[in-house]
Design a protein around this ligand. Structure first.
Ligand SMILES: CC(C)(COP(=O)(O)OP(=O)(O)OC[C@H]1O[C@@H](n2cnc3c(N)ncnc32)[C@H](O)[C@@H]1OP(=O)(O)O)[C@@H](O)C(=O)NCCC(=O)NCCS
Length: 189
C-alpha cells in the first residue's frame, strides 16, 4: 500500500556524515565510542542505579567491547546513536544518545547515564542540551524521553533540558522490582 505522507527526512540525513564530535562546555565534549572505552563502560554498568534504570548489566570485557562496537553499525543504519561524554583528558564520564530514530517522523528517544563520581555537576543536563541542539540542526523534529516516576534525578535532567512533561504511561515498563509508571517528556524543534 503506498504511503500518503512523505518521510519527514530522506535516508542518509544522519549517516551521510561521520558521527560528529560535539562541544558541550569547556572541558566537556561528546565523541563516538572507541574499543578502548570498554573497561569504563563495564564499570558504568556495575553501578546499581545504571543497572536499575537501564535494566542491563555487563558480565565481562567481551560484552563491554560488544557494547562499544555496536554503535558504528547503528549510526550507519540510522536507527540509534550513542556518544561518550568525555572530559578534557578524553576520559568518558557518561553516555548520551538517540534511540528509536525514525527518519519518517524525524523523531528519536534520548538516553543518558553518568558515572557516579561525575554526578551533580550538570553533566547529564548539558550533554543532553548539546545533543538536542545538534539533533534539531540535523533535521529531527521531536525528541522524547521516558523515565520511571521513581527516577527523580532523570526527571530533573529532562525538565532542565527543556523536555516538557506530556503525561504518565501507567505500568508501561517492567524493572527488576515490577511494573513502573513512566513519565513521558518531549521537546520539539
Ligand atoms: C540521572 C543522571 C543521568 C543525572 O546525571 P547528572 O550529571 O548528575 O545530572 P545533572 O547534574 O545534570 O542534574 C542532576 C539533577 O538531578 C537532581 N538530582 C540528582 N539526584 C537526585 C535525586 N536522587 N533525587 C532528586 N533529584 C536528584 C540534581 O539536584 C539536579 O537537579 P537541580 O540542578 O535542579 O538541582 C545520573 O544520576 C544517572 O546516571 N543515573 C542512573 C542512570 C539513569 O537514571 N539514567 C536515566 C534513565 S531515564
Amino acid at each position: 500500500m503506498p504511503l500518503l505522507v512523505a518521510p519527514a527526512l530522506p535516508a542518509g540525513s544522519l549517516a551521510a556524515q561521520e558521527q560528529p564530535h560535539l562541544p558541550v562546555r569547556p572541558g566537556l565534549t561528546l565523541r563516538p565510542w572507541r574499543d578502548d572505552d570498554a573497561p569504563l563502560v563495564r564499570a558504568a554498568f556495575d553501578c546499581p542505579a545504571i543497572q536499575r534504570w537501564h535494566v542491563r548489566r555487563l558480565d565481562d570485557d567481551a560484552e563491554a567491547r560488544a557494547w562499544t562496537a555496536q554503535w558504528a553499525a547503528r549510526w550507519s543504519a540510522e536507527t540509534a546513536a550513542s556518544w561518550a561524554i568525555v572530559e578534557g583528558d578524553d576520559r568518558p564520564v557518561g553516555q548520551v544518545g538517540l534511540r528509536q530514530v525514525s527518519l519518517a517522523e524525524a523523531s528519536a528517544d534520548v538516553s543518558y547515564w553518568v558515572l557516579p563520581a561525575a554526578r551533580g555537576a550538570g553533566v547529564a543536563t548539558e550533554a543532553l542540551l548539546a545533543l538536542t541542539r545538534w539533533s534539531f540542526a540535523a533535521g529531527l523534529h521531536r525528541l522524547a524521553l521516558e523515565h520511571s516516576t521513581a527516577n527523580a534525578a532523570s526527571c530533573r535532567v529532562a525538565t532542565r533540558a527543556g523536555f516538557a512533561v506530556e503525561g504518565v504511561a501507567r505500568e508501561s515498563v517492567r524493572h527488576a522490582d515490577g511494573w513502573h509508571d513512566m513519565h513521558l517528556h518531549a521537546r520539539l524543534a
